[in-house]
Design a protein around this ligand. Structure first.
Ligand code: FAD
Length: 404
């Protein structure tokens, strides 16, 4: 029986502890009072822990080929056996998995209960500050409490997402001290800060749109759904899914924009023009304000009309051709310049992390330090909104826990 230390009692660390404790003597070091604090915050308190659509396009890394190979080879049945083993019964909505209780805390609790049943030892409020490998290949772990010796270590410290300030005890710091390369870490799944004078006019509005991210006028990524318009810019799941590369591009001083199509069910400007002509004929004597009733929320519509230099009291049939075309363009391709993200504190995940090239992804063992394993969001892997980040935490945790 080897002595295994797991640094970080989050989704990945707890999963690894459940598997590793079947053969080993396992201790989880957690700097917080209780483990799994982040799990309790997920999915708006409901924890979207998995997604039925496991298409590779939902996962990202700068070592995409390696990540794809990992995901392709991973037997997803293992994840379902794991959920079953810990007693996690799903409520599935459009392929999104939630605990049947719809309570994120219940996911954390079943993980903890299972780990405790398997005699995993917990050292809570115990921050790991430094890890050294001795001449005997054993790990010396320095913590805020004491110093400990272990045969194997699993690094599961998570990322900078949701954290105000990075400390010298972060997983990035510990991994780099052990010789690992860290791919630049940036906030992902985060709100975007725009540059415009009308934010107070649209603040609080939610509307459906097809959104496209442009970098230096080039289409990068599309995402559709409900956008939240705020007093700093834009938020909502479809914006989160566009946010991954924003910070990195802004730092390179590239022009970043999000374009909105507010009438995506109309396939072109021409079709939109024709559709609006027809609608105006049907809704005779409707002002622009009433003509867009139940299509676009008022506050947003007024911003769009202002941008198109039109007044809400005007009538479609009285507009000149150029004005109609201009309004169609505003409705179909409204652009907002992005100048920042809402940062690590507000992000749900991070891009970047420990370089995948330095980890054997069939075991999660480091290629640099024998008996060191690295899992979860600390690695250079991130996913879209929808259960993918926890998905990777479970998958990598199972791999490391089994193989160590
Ligand atoms: C608001 C929010 C909502 C989210 N919603 C979802 C969702 O619905 N679905 C989804 O799939 N993903 C969601 N995520 C992302 C998901 O929570 C993370 O990807 C996942 O929790 C990562 O798991 P992890 O174990 O790698 O890291 P973490 O859960 O961050 O766990 C790492 C643990 O390590 C501890 N630690 C760090 N350093 C040390 C140290 N030196 N010593 C001791 N302990 C240490 C930390 O305190 C932490 O408990 C959300 C994230 C946030 C912030």
């Amino acid at each position: 029986m080897a002595k295994v230390a797991i640094i970080g009692g989050g989704a990945a660390g707890l999963t690894a502890s459940i598997y590793a404790s079947k053969n080993h003597d396992v201790t989880v070091f957690e700097k917080n009072k209780v483990c799994g604090k982040k799990i309790t915050m997920t999915g708006n308190g409901r924890c979207n822990y998995w997604n039925a659509d496991q298409d590779l396009s939902h996962y990202h890394s700068s070592s995409k080929k390696m990540l794809d190979a990992f995901l392709e080879s991973f037997n997803r049945e293992e994840v379902f056996s794991f959920f079953e083993e810990i007693g996690l019964y799903p409520e599935i909505k459009n392929g999104y998995y939630y605990p049947y209780s719809l309570q994120a805390a219940s996911v954390r609790n079943v993980l903890l209960e299972k780990a405790k049943l398997q005699n995993v030892q917990f050292k809570n409020e115990c921050e790991v500050l430094k890890i050294e490998v001795g001449a005997d290949q054993k790990f010396k772990i320095y913590t805020t409490e004491d110093t400990y010796i272990f045969d194997k270590v699993i690094l599961a410290n998570g990322s900078k997402a949701g954290i105000l300030e990075e400390k010298n005890s972060s997983g990035y710091f510990l991994a780099s001290q052990l010789g690992h390369k860290i791919i630049a870490v940036n906030p992902s799944l985060v709100q975007l800060v725009g540059k415009a004078s009308f934010f107070k006019d649209w603040a609080g509005v939610r509307a459906l749109a097809n959104c496209t991210l442009y970098i230096e006028n080039q289409k990068e990524k599309e995402s559709a759904g409900e956008v939240q318009f705020t007093n700093y810019g834009i938020s909502g799941i479809c914006i989160f899914n566009l946010s991954r590369d924003v910070k990195e591009n802004l730092e390179k001083e590239k022009k970043v924009e999000v374009h909105f199509d507010f009438l995506p069910f109309l396939s072109s400007d021409q079709k939109t023009l024709e559709w609006l002509e027809k609608r105006a004929k049907l809704l005779k004597n409707f002002t622009l304000e009433t003509m867009f009733e139940n299509l676009i929320p008022y506050k947003l519509l007024f911003v769009l009309l202002k941008q198109a230099h039109l007044k809400k009291e005007e009538y479609w049939e009285n507009l000149r051709e150029k004005e109609k075309e201009n309004l169609v363009k505003t409705l179909k391709d409204f652009s907002l310049e992005i100048v920042d993200t809402k940062g690590f504190l507000n992000a749900q995940a991070c891009s970047g992390g420990v370089c995948l090239e330095e980890v054997f992804l069939n075991t999660m063992e480091s290629k640099i330090v024998k008996n060191l394993y690295i899992i979860g969001e600390l690695l250079d892997v991130d996913g879209d909104c929808g259960g993918y980040n926890l998905g990777f935490a479970w998958m990598s945790g199972i791999k490391a826990g089994k193989s160590c």
